[in-house]
Design a protein around this ligand. Structure first.
Ligand SMILES: Nc1ncnc2c1ncn2[C@@H]1O[C@H](COP(=O)(O)OP(=O)(O)OP(=O)(O)O)[C@@H](O)[C@H]1O
Ligand SMILES: [Zn+2]
Length: 466
């Protein structure tokens, strides 16, 4: 087998054939940085991080580019509301994004380009589209001429007629055709702007990804990815811009993740039904959130609930407990080498099955089932009175190999979460009130061991990390 992936463009699973032998050029649309990310926004960075890790595991070198949209209406609005500048807002939420996705086990991208650092490339791209007859200027705006691009609609599988019936020309837009979209927007008073051949203005949303993908990865890339809502219009417009300019295929494979829903509705900022990662990880181990996301295939929807999260937590704890037990037993095991060949085969078989599942459009849900089976197998082995060092090591290695592709650290020494600390302090207060000083001291010692310092103040107990 080799890696197969489901391509939105062809609506089929296809064999992965890289442009360049042994290399993957991958572009994942990143966030608009005007707020903290919610659990839904965290799905693309997590699932495509696993796609990247899996390619690396299979020996590919991955050039992974993920942008930041750091100039946009929403950012300007947030800046005005908070009395800060747009770059201040963008910088603050870029830092928050890095912090949140790092906690979720996401590897740094090879490159994280920002729109504001690529304005010249965008202007050049737009100028070239005008020169080729694919775009036109109208009173300081520039629009893409969709009817000039023959394949318009091919990615989202819609005909131009269907699309036209749903499109409108909004007030203030100067486009000739409802399906045309802005490549460049003339500056309105009080907005950030850059000088351009069409006067002061800023880029439209779609052009940034075409320009940055080309700059950092070349005219044709292997994989382009993002959430399902990006397929239309964002990715459709990217295809139009890039292919109109170069005459080449823009991306060979298009991957789209399904939604995280709440009560079967897409989690989104506009609906207000979201949970921020930033808040959630105060009380929940971020690795549990990652494990929870990966326990469903990336293209399927997930109906988010506390019960599902709780069951992911229990599952992950079960795997970790077994992994720890293997280590513990290793310290007290002899060098018995009976049966080693048959164990080698058994464990190699787990790896093989893991690869088969991941080769099949990155089926992390089935990969996790295999990890549970491996846990069961290890528990059975641990019940035997004697254990061989070599076999324990084989088990550990198999666990580690699978877990590292999924981005899980089974050995990690956990820090206490804010919520857990507060709960312990509360319990200590109660213990003191009921004169159970032994328990109160025990909690104080436990917190001390975890580097939490308590300070008694007239307002109550305060805590900080050492
Ligand atoms: N509920 C969700 N489930 C899965 N992916 C999502 C969800 N909501 C947004 N995404 C994805 O998150 C990424 C970041 O998107 P972006 O910062 O533009 O947020 P957004 O789509 O504006 O969010 P919202 O819909 O909450 O306004 C995109 O790839 C988008 O498809
Ligand atoms: Zn994009």
């Amino acid at each position: 087998m080799a890696i197969h992936l489901y391509n939105t463009l062809t609506r089929q699973k296809e064999l992965f054939k890289p442009i360049e032998e042994g290399k993957v050029r991958m572009y994942v649309c990143g966030p608009t940085v005007y707020n903290y990310i919610h659990i839904g926004n965290a799905r693309p960075p997590i699932v495509f991080d696993v796609v990247r890790r899996y390619f690396e595991y299979r020996g590919y070198e991955v050039n992974y580019v993920s942008n930041f949209t750091d100039v946009d209406d929403k950012i300007i609005k947030a800046a005005n509301e908070l009395g800060e500048t747009a770059p201040e807002i963008a910088n603050k939420f870029i830092a928050a994004y890095h912090e949140d996705v790092k906690a979720l086990g996401v590897m740094e991208a090879t490159c994280h380009p920002r729109v504001t650092e690529n304005i010249q490339e965008i202007i050049d791209f737009v100028s070239a589209l005008i020169e080729k007859g694919y775009a036109y200027e109208a009173e300081g705006d520039v629009y893409f001429k969709t009817r000039e691009f023959e394949g318009y609609g091919k990615l989202s599988h819609q005909s131009v007629d269907e699309l036209r019936s749903g499109a409108r020309i909004e007030v203030g837009e100067k486009k000739q055709n409802p399906l045309d979209f802005a490549l460049w927007k003339a500056a309105k008073p009080g907005e950030p702007y850059w000088e351009s051949p069409w006067g002061p203005g800023r880029p439209g949303w779609h052009i940034e990804c075409s320009a940055m993908a080309q700059k950092y990865l070349g005219d044709t890339i292997d994989i382009h990815a993002g959430g399902r809502d990006l397929a239309f219009p964002h990715h459709e417009n990217e295809v139009a811009q890039s292919e109109a300019l170069t005459g080449k295929t823009f991306a060979n494979y298009w991957l789209h993740n399904g939604y995280i829903n709440i009560n079967n509705e897409k989690m989104s900022k506009s609906l207000g039904n979201f949970v921020l990662v930033h808040d959630m990880i105060k009380n929940q181990d971020p690795e549990v959130i990652r494990f929870f996301m990966l326990s469903v295939h990336y293209r399927n929807p997930i109906n988010f609930s506390d019960e599902l999260l709780e069951s992911a937590k229990t599952g992950l704890e079960r795997i970790k407990a077994t992994f720890e037990n293997l280590h513990h037993r290793l310290a007290n095991s002899a060098d018995l080498s009976e049966d080693i060949d048959s164990w080698k085969e058994t464990l190699a078989n787990y790896k093989k099955r893991f690869i088969t599942e991941m080769d099949d459009d990155f089926n992390t849900a089935n990969a996790i089932s295999i990890l549970f089976e491996l846990t069961k197998e290890a528990n059975l082995y641990l019940q035997e009175p004697n254990s061989s060092k070599e076999i324990l090591e084989l088990f550990i290695q198999t666990f580690e190999e699978i877990a590292s592709v999924l981005g899980l650290d089974l050995m990690e020494e956990k820090e206490l979460l804010d919520g857990e600390i507060e709960q312990l302090i509360e319990e200590r207060n109660e213990a003191r009130k009921s004169r159970n000083f032994a328990r109160a001291d025990e909690i104080r010692d436990l917190l001390k061991e975890k580097n939490i310092i308590l300070e008694d103040t007239p307002q109550g107990v305060r805590w900080k990390r050492k």
